[in-house]
Design a protein around this ligand. Sequence first.
Ligand code: CTP
Ligand code: MG
Length: 399
Amino acid sequence: MNKEFQDALPVIRRLKEHGFEAYFVGGSVRDQLLKKEIKDVDIASSAAPEQVKALFEKTIDIGSLHGTMIVIVGGIHYEITTFRTESAYEDNRRPSGVTFVSSLKEDLKRRDFTVNAMAMDDEGRIIDYFQGKEHAEAKLITTVGSPHERFSEDALRMMRAVRFVSQLGFSLSGDTYEAICEKTHLLEKISVERKTAEFEKIMAGDGSGRALKLVAETGIIDYLPGLDGKKQHLLKACALEINGLSSTEERWTALLDVLEINSIEAFLKSWKLSNRQIEMIAKNSLYLQKRKKSEWTRLSVYEAGLHCTLEVEAVYCLIKGKALSCERTAELKALYQSLPIHSKNELAIGGADLMKISSQKPGPWMGELLKKIELAVVNDEVENSKEAIKEMLASCNLI
Ligand SMILES: Nc1ccn([C@@H]2O[C@H](COP(=O)(O)OP(=O)(O)OP(=O)(O)O)[C@@H](O)[C@H]2O)c(=O)n1
Ligand SMILES: [Mg+2]
């Protein structure tokens, strides 16, 4: 049993001591089996949310009506869901306490894919009613029971299926694939935020190329913001392996480029990205266009900043079919570090100085002149000191 589970054993044991059933479930059991890094350890139990709450010192109620409670043990958050029956899940709104009373098997039966529907007890024994292990070995994503039913319960599961293709390098089973093709319209009801979270995981997984192809081929693309009519473009993006990029912003930048999106801000807004992300990706896109036209200069590196420069270079290299090398990264870092200033605030001269030297009234001329001085300093045409700048201003009749 992995350390993550061992750390969580006190949670399971406490529930059991009080007569409840409790098991590890979901992604963590799957990831242990696949020898992948384990993220959150989730627990399913026969204890109702209120009973869970009573047993642990620190709890957070994140949805007791839906049967979910977080307990904090050893500083780690564990999500404990109460066994749910299918009917509780179907009318998903406000299941009564009674609906929670059910068995582990019933709970697992209403989960999305067989590889996600395994449980593990506190002795490390795997409980696998739906051939999860077998499908994991065959690298198959296939629903527990009818794909039509599972996708009708929660349409996002169609994107989750594709996400697991990307993350795990699995394939979709035939009937799961066909059901997705038939049911994509159900994605209309799903919130953009949930779609975005899945799409970002699709872009990040090792199998991003194959997964994006599925997004295009199954018709999921038709229910994603701003991708209307972009099927051919998206198919082109499949060849890029954008998962090789190291940040979400880089991946969006590369995708926007291949998709030939013009109104970048509006596109990213429609995906409901944060303003900060939109700003970063829009800036990346701007400098990517500049980079395609010419090599980095002292000025462009200064204006873009180091973070943006390196992100754009990584995307640029990907588009050109190569990886950003350590040498190239070091070269750009050295260029950035060699700049005499890294922001306007570091200029040795300011507006007040200019007024004093020129005895002119303040006005737009000051901003324009400061910009010229900034450029001269960045380009090493003048030293960043008051005296040197004053001298330059006088000799060039700039003041
Ligand atoms: N729409 C969904 C979402 C989740 N689940 C179930 O709830 C578990 C936990 O969900 P979540 O944490 O969202 O997914 P994981 O499979 O754990 O993947 P991740 O590694 O991203 O956490 C899943 O394994 C699956 O059994 C489900 O059946 N249907
Ligand atoms: Mg999880």
